[in-house]
Write a protein of this length. Structure first.
Length: 197
């Protein structure tokens, strides 16, 4: 692995430190799964690997590379790819995190207790009924109503992670890119306000 002086590393952190901290915060957002310090240290290793990789590809040492625009793009790509590489397995574990159990269970439980005997904590997930959805939809402006109706008619507009396929939504609603984005943002704000998610 490449060796950097303290001055060189300080220069690297001055340029990319904020980005690295931002990426470290976005990897999971949950200290129980991966805390900020662990994420940041992984990104520091990725940074060193990006410096070494750029040197192998171009032959430029750190002092030359740090001012190279290609190095800037290369190191940012390496850092974001490390986030994805670490974040994807953590995202798969998120499903487990959403299945919380109540901490109000009797204290006399043994280790042999079946999982089915545990009491689910219903605060962990919000179950919306059709009545809730209808009331929620009726409270919305027309552009948001059209988005909700389009999603109900074609659930494929929503990805498994809950994100919206804007292209499919636009073709279904006939709204422009600008008005689709505006309506989706209104919908997100309304969901956060009404359901706290």
């Amino acid at each position: 692995m490449i060796n950097l002086t303290e001055k060189q590393w300080a220069l690297y952190e001055e340029r990319y430190g904020k980005l690295m901290h931002t990426i470290a915060n976005r990897i999971s957002g949950d200290d129980a799964i991966a805390n900020h310090e662990d994420n940041y240290s992984d990104l520091c290793v990725a940074a060193l690997e990006s410096i070494e990789g750029f040197k192998k590809k171009t032959g430029e040492d750190f002092d030359q590379a740090i001012n190279n625009k290609l190095f800037d793009q290369y190191t940012k790509t390496v850092l974001w790819n490390r986030k994805a590489k670490k974040g994807i397995p953590l995202t798969k574990k998120m499903e487990f995190r959403n299945k919380h159990f109540s901490i109000d269970c009797p204290l006399s439980m043994g280790d042999d207790m079946n999982l089915s005997e545990r009491i689910e904590d219903h605060k962990a997930q919000y179950d919306a009924s059709a009545v809730d959805l209808e009331d929620f939809t009726n409270e919305q402006p027309e552009d948001v109503k059209s988005i909700i109706n389009a999603i109900l008619k074609n659930p494929g507009i929503l990805a498994k992670d809950g994100s919206i396929n804007h292209s499919a939504l636009r073709s279904s609603t006939g709204l422009s890119v600008h008005f689709t984005n505006k309506a989706v943002n209104k919908l997100k704000q309304s969901i956060r306000k009404n359901y706290g998610v």
